[in-house]
Design a protein around this ligand. Structure first.
Ligand SMILES: [Zn+2]
Ligand SMILES: [Zn+2]
Length: 295
């Protein structure tokens, strides 16, 4: 009996555990209040080659350093005399140095939560800088891809990030009926206990329920693989999209114009899903925001 429970628990873990490498990780927020970029990412040709395995962000010693995304602290201490904090975001990790850690291993952190204080030395910049790294397994990736660094700099190197595009706030219609079974926000996984952002709103509906476009727009995405399963992405205006996930069927194609309320597919449980439901997302500037702010 106990054996059976153990096997079942393991199976559940396998079914519900997040994928090792998410198809598209959530965007990062800036770890320093300053958005000045020093040396950029320059991946080495070999594992031991020269290169720059991260991006340097100019700062001042004593600046607070913030988590770029939600996750769990997996290292906070010294590596070769340099203070380092590492956060696991469920598939990818972010690293920060040189910092005096203000978080402990095992801490769950929110995006923007202070995890350390920037140190002036040792530094490989002329002034104080934060070396921010991004890792997927053993691979180094460019942190700026998630920070949207280039975009902000082009608009104004020193100013505030551009205002989010004017949304269709309050103008989205519910894509399906049915109760909200899981809202947008941080949640603790019922099986793994891991704290993770739930990046959409779940509506509990039977598989095969018609799914309606939340507003008019054009279909810019239709995919079938990865954690979101069969998925449709509709752009309502530049920088403002809705996505419909875990579908059993898609009835629109990329490039197609859709009217508000048009049926774009059927609900299902494809991808990383444990039962029939619609996982509905709203993306503003590529970042998932709470759909309930628009319904
Ligand atoms: Zn560096
Ligand atoms: Zn969901």
């Amino acid at each position: 009996m106990i054996r059976r429970i153990l096997v079942l628990t393991l199976l559940l873990l396998l079914i519900t555990a997040p994928p090792a490498r998410a198809a598209s990780p959530d965007p990062w927020r800036w770890p320093l209040d300053d958005h000045a970029i020093g040396e950029r990412f320059d991946p080495p040709a070999t594992d031991y080659g020269r290169g720059h395995r991260g991006v340097d962000l100019a700062g001042t010693a004593g600046d607070v350093v913030r988590a770029v995304a939600a996750g769990q602290v997996v290292f906070a201490g010294q590596v070769g005399g340099v203070g380092v904090v590492t956060i696991d975001h469920g598939g990818e990790r972010s690293t920060y140095q040189p910092v005096r850690p203000r978080a402990k291993v095992g801490d769950a952190v929110r995006p923007g939560q202070v995890i350390g204080v920037l140190l002036g030395s040792p530094s490989h910049c002329s002034g104080a800088c934060l070396h921010l790294g991004r890792l997927a397994g053993d691979d180094y990736l460019d942190p700026l891809d998630l920070l949207g660094g280039g975009r902000y700099r082009l608009i104004s190197p020193d100013g505030k990030p551009p205002p989010p595009p004017a949304g269709v706030g309050g103008a989205l219609r519910r894509p399906v009926g049915g109760p909200i079974t899981s809202p947008f926000g941080m949640r603790i996984h019922p099986v793994t206990g891991v704290r993770k952002l739930h990046d959409g709103t779940d509506f509990g509906v039977p598989c095969g329920t018609p799914v309606h476009a939340a507003a008019g727009g054009s279909v810019v995405g239709r995919s079938s693989r990865g954690a979101y399963g069969k998925r449709v992405v509709i752009r309502h205006r530049p920088g403002f999209e809705t996505t419909y996930n875990h579908l059993s069927a898609q009835s629109v194609s990329v490039g197609e114009r859709v009217r508000p309320g048009q049926v774009i597919g059927r609900s299902g449980t494809t991808g990383l899903s444990t039962g029939c439901h619609l996982h509905f997302m709203v993306l503003k500037g590529g970042r998932s925001v709470n759909p309930q702010g628009f319904l």
